[in-house]
Design a protein around this ligand. Structure first.
Ligand code: HEC
Ligand code: HEC
Ligand code: HEC
Ligand code: HEC
Ligand code: HEC
Ligand code: HEC
Ligand code: HEC
Length: 364
């Protein structure tokens, strides 16, 4: 070992005392049995800025054949045994993914999120979602800073809090995207039960183990972003890194109008909602007519769940009702609204125009 290297290592060991009150410890990367070369694995050549960016991470969390090669920016003997870690890098070569490798060099250590400057380009580095000093197999968000309340910075414990750092109040949120916190907040008229249990006690289509309210030990009454967003392959590493399906979804979900209903078209929804119940009109008695179309000699095809339902939540309507404005327009009186007539009565009124059919209102 050269004198310079020894000096660097000495300095590295004293840095936790110098930089912060919270010592860098407890994380799996600092366990010498797991990552034998410690701090210098990622910080050789004094790179503290971003620890080398995502490229550093995927030397170990990427294509296992890389481990056989020598890396100039890593000390010798740095690597865990080839094949012991899942290939996270491969997820980022899928067509739908977080822009971890697409947008480089924007992330800054210690930056504030949600972003307050609309001019900063959108980004998502590995270290925005995982703190390499604190992460453990049991807690992949350990050490990620949450909201600032006064002088206190909370630590994140729930997945959705991590997502809200970039998908809620961010000043640089692209126009076509919506504030997810506003969609999931428990005071909304309806929402998928991510932050807490849902409001509807008669979701008749729910498949086991899902249930409106937790009654028995095995019941699942809340879900996570990760139940819908993540790899399409259950054997892939967990997490919303990338997917073959649009919007990084775990299953296919078509949002288009004028299409035939198939188990594949709405596979995502049918994971938790019984297709036979939906198409059997157990709740909304005109579900099948809209989803499958009238078919036959009329030749009419159906429309997506997305034409009537928001996938996340609805501020003003029950049953996640939100009409897709590119398909649905105001009726002949200029009205566009949904009126419900009480939970589990399965009755309501729609004021709108769709496929040239005036609903003024249509009652069910
Ligand atoms: C698995 C790789 C890895 C290991 C091991 C590691 N670090 Fe880091 N470290 C990083 C990355 C990546 C960043 C940049 C974080 C960012 O930009 O948000 C970083 C940032 C830092 C910083 C800049 C300030 C900060 O906290 O963001 C210091 C100081 C630091 N590391 C010290 C250490 C010390 C000391 C050790 C050993 C006890 C260590 N690191 C081990 C990856 C690692
Ligand atoms: C020197 C190889 C190496 C590098 C470089 C490295 N890791 Fe790891 N990482 C590991 C090992 C080994 C584990 C422990 C795996 C286990 O015990 O299941 C781990 C665990 C993790 C975990 C916990 C989940 C799991 O699979 O256990 C996350 C998240 C993680 N690393 C992210 C990162 C990020 C982000 C970076 C880059 C800043 C990074 N790693 C850099 C080797 C590495
Ligand atoms: C550090 C910022 C950041 C964090 C944290 C983050 N994202 Fe993202 N996400 C992005 C960026 C940037 C994009 C690219 C599109 C954009 O600019 O919104 C994106 C895209 C997505 C997309 C694809 C959108 C589409 O229509 O193609 C989904 C889905 C998504 N994120 C879900 C999540 C989930 C779930 C979490 C929490 C586990 C999360 N994100 C956490 C920054 C982030
Ligand atoms: C029940 C399944 C489900 C859950 C749970 C879910 N999503 Fe989605 N999400 C979808 C579907 C379906 C789409 C694509 C259609 C759409 O845009 O509504 C989507 C689209 C998105 C998009 C891209 C479009 C946009 O409006 O920004 C982002 C970002 C996103 N989700 C983030 C999240 C976050 C963050 C969470 C958790 C707080 C979450 N989702 C929970 C199903 C879900
Ligand atoms: C937008 C946020 C986000 C980004 C960016 C991101 N991850 Fe993840 N990652 C997650 C989430 C969420 C999980 C799942 C945590 C859970 O459910 O336990 C996860 C899980 C993991 C795991 C554990 C997988 C398993 O099956 O146990 C590893 C390892 C990992 N990420 C490494 C990385 C690396 C390396 C990068 C960058 C190349 C990266 N992540 C980028 C959010 C992210
Ligand atoms: C034409 C509009 C429309 C379309 C298209 C539509 N729905 Fe609905 N859906 C409704 C209405 C209205 C209700 C509320 C019924 C009531 O009064 O309780 C509802 C209720 C529901 C419910 C809650 C009650 C239950 O059955 O468990 C679920 C779940 C549901 N829809 C899923 C879907 C899925 C999945 C699709 C696509 C395959 C879809 N919907 C397509 C209008 C629609
Ligand atoms: C991971 C499981 C899961 C997936 C995937 C899923 N849902 Fe749900 N959904 C639930 C649960 C659990 C509830 C019950 C919430 C409650 O009791 O209010 C629910 C409730 C609903 C409701 C009724 C909400 C209310 O307040 O009346 C509608 C409508 C709905 N889902 C539509 C969809 C559509 C459309 C999709 C596909 C884009 C989908 N769901 C995908 C789990 C899921």
């Amino acid at each position: 070992m050269t004198t310079a290297r020894i000096l660097i290592l000495l300095l590295l060991c004293s840095i936790p005392l110098m930089v912060s009150a919270a010592p860098i410890q407890g994380g799996v990367h600092l366990d010498r049995k797991v990552v034998p070369r410690g701090c210098s694995t990622c910080h050789l050549k004094f790179n503290f800025k971003a620890g080398g960016g995502p490229d550093t991470c995927v030397i170990c969390h990427g294509d296992p054949s890389r481990l056989a090669r020598q890396y100039s920016n890593m000390p010798s003997g740095f690597a865990p045994k080839a094949g012991t870690l899942k290939n996270v890098e491969a997820e980022f070569s899928k067509p739908h993914r977080h822009p971890t490798f697409d947008v480089r060099g924007v992330h800054k250590g210690g930056e504030t999120l949600p972003e307050t400057d609309e001019r900063i380009p959108r980004h998502a580095d590995c270290v925005d979602c995982h703190n390499p000093h604190f992460v453990t197999p049991a807690n992949k968000f350990a050490g990620i800073r949450g909201k600032r309340v006064g002088n206190l910075v909370t630590s994140i414990s729930k997945e959705f809090e991590l997502c809200y750092k970039c998908h809620a109040e961010s000043a640089n949120l692209p126009g076509r995207f919506t504030n997810k916190r506003a969609e999931f907040v428990l005071s909304n008229a309806s929402f998928h039960p991510v932050e807490g249990e849902g409001k509807n006690s008669a979701v008749v289509s729910l498949l086991k183990p899902y249930r409106e309210k937790k009654v028995n030990a095995g019941d699942v009454s809340t879900i996570s972003c990760g139940d819908c967003h993540g790899s399409e392959n259950p054997d892939s590493p967990q997490g919303p890194h990338g997917s073959l399906y649009e919007h990084i979804l775990v299953d296919n979900y078509s949002t288009k109008d004028n299409q035939s209903e198939t188990p594949f078209a709405y596979a995502l929804c049918y994971r938790c909602h019984n297709r036979a119940s939906i198409l059997g009109n157990e709740s909304f008695r005109y579900h099948a007519q809209h989803i499958q179309g009238k078919g036959g000699t009329t030749g009419s095809t159906g429309t997506s769940c997305y034409t009537c339902h928001n996938s996340h939540g609805s501020q003003e309507n029950r049953y996640l009702i939100r009409f897709n404005p590119t398909v649905v327009s105001p009726n002949s009186k200029g009205m566009l609204k949904y009126v419900e007539k009480g939970v589990s009565t399965f009755r309501g009124e729609c004021y709108l125009s769709c496929h040239g059919v005036d609903h003024n209102p249509k009652v069910y």
